[in-house]
Design a protein around this ligand. Structure first.
Ligand SMILES: *Cc1c(COP(=O)(O)O)cnc(C)c1O
Length: 367
């Protein structure tokens, strides 16, 4: 479905050289590759500081810890996300509150965030984590304004949205901090786990650097209780090879999305992604919605064509969270989407002919 090996083949000489460079240098943790990648990633986004960490989940947890958000405090996010988003809130000691999403974009509904904040009389909501789901930016200008009015911090979950933007400004530069994952199948992927937190705040950047490595200021001296969550040299070296190709890979994803839009747009019983006009969607996933009850039939018809359902079960309905995690009112849009959504293949290495074949098979099923 996703194909990290195609990325390797596309840049094999450079990646092999990067690996050899790290192995012969004999420096594996927090060395020159991580420092260089942090600078290059910050420059790419247009943000002051990037701090490489072990994975995207840790990036979210670390951002919450660095913002001093934890026990007895509430963090608002959505239920149709990677379980990591909600897990990180609990790992930081805080309490998640899940709100429903916008019917069109499936990202956090500003109207419902407004209501949730209005009902927070005890002012327990200290942070909001919008998820740029599928590579589609959440409505950051509106969400930022609402959070600011309430005095809540904003951490963007950018794990699916490397290079996405709103009005020309990249996601990850709006919030107090933002978390990225470099899991192999993400738009920018390593060959193992990896992540980063980014921020424009100098003090926050310093705290994040301490927290990712035992709270050490100087070696062996912890200035505060920290974690061990570090991007390693090998992953950083490979990410440095791939970063210069990110924009082209995203452009290819957008081109494939246009081809799907063109060929599926006429099919009345399908609902296609419809990003806001000012949003640059980077199509980590191209997600259609079908009539309730017809998804299994479509998947069967597609046969060998790989599809996926991200996510089949909203977090508030999962065994680990059900009847325990707080939800704001009901989550009808989230629950309906989980029943009807389908992710079509959209890897940058797909050819136009492959895209056409997927579209034709869907049109054939649709009739
Ligand atoms: C992948 C992902 C994460 C977690 O990243 P890991 O690197 O796998 O820990 C968090 N949030 C979202 C939306 C993701 O897609």
């Amino acid at each position: 479905f996703a194909d990290p090996r195609a990325d390797y083949r596309a840049h094999q000489t450079e990646i092999d050289a990067a690996i050899a460079r790290v192995l012969t240098r004999n420096r594996y943790i927090l060395g020159p590759e991580v420092a260089a990648f942090e600078n290059e990633w910050a420059a790419y986004l247009g943000v002051a500081y990037a701090i490489g960490v072990g994975n995207g989940t840790d990036a979210l947890e670390l951002a919450l810890r660095a913002l001093r958000i934890g026990a007895g405090e509430v963090v608002v996010t959505t239920s149709n996300t990677a379980v990591a988003t909600v897990a990180a809130i609990e790992l930081a000691g805080a309490t998640p509150l899940l709100v429903d999403v916008d019917e069109e974009t499936l990202t956090m509904s500003p109207a419902l965030l407004r209501e949730a904040l209005a009902q927070d009389r005890e002012r327990k909501i200290k942070a909001v984590i919008p998820v740029h789901l599928y590579g589609q930016p959440a409505d950051m200008p509106t969400l930022m304004a609402l959070a600011a009015e309430h005095g809540a911090r904003v951490i963007e979950d950018c794990a699916q949205a490397h290079g996405a933007a709103v009005g020309g400004r990249k996601v990850g530069t709006f919030g107090d901090a933002a978390a990225f994952s470099f899991y192999p199948t993400k738009n920018l992927g390593a060959i193992g786990d990896g992540g980063a937190v980014v921020t424009n705040d100098h003090l926050l950047g310093n705290v994040l650097r301490l927290l990712r490595s035992y709270g050490w200021g100087e070696r062996y001296i912890s200035e505060e209780p920290g974690m061990n969550t570090r991007l390693d040299e090998l992953q950083a070296a490979i990410l440095r090879v791939k970063l210069p190709h990110l924009d082209a890979a995203n452009e290819r994803r957008r081109e494939i999305a246009r081809q799907y839009d063109d060929s599926l747009g006429k099919l009345a019983r399908l609902r296609l992604p419809k990003p806001a006009p000012e949003a640059r969607h980077v199509y980590h996933q191209y997600v259609i919605r079908v009539r309730e009850g017809s998804r299994d039939d479509l998947r069967t018809q597609l046969g060998e064509i790989p599809t996926a359902v991200l996510y089949p079960l909203p977090i508030h309905l999962q065994p680990a969270y059900k009847n325990r995690v707080a939800i704001f009112d009901q989550l009808p849009v989230t629950e309906a989407a989980a029943q009807t959504l389908l992710c079509l293949p959209i890897h940058p290495s797909m050819t136009d002919a492959e895209v056409a074949r997927v579209a034709a098979a869907i049109a054939h099923w649709h009739g």
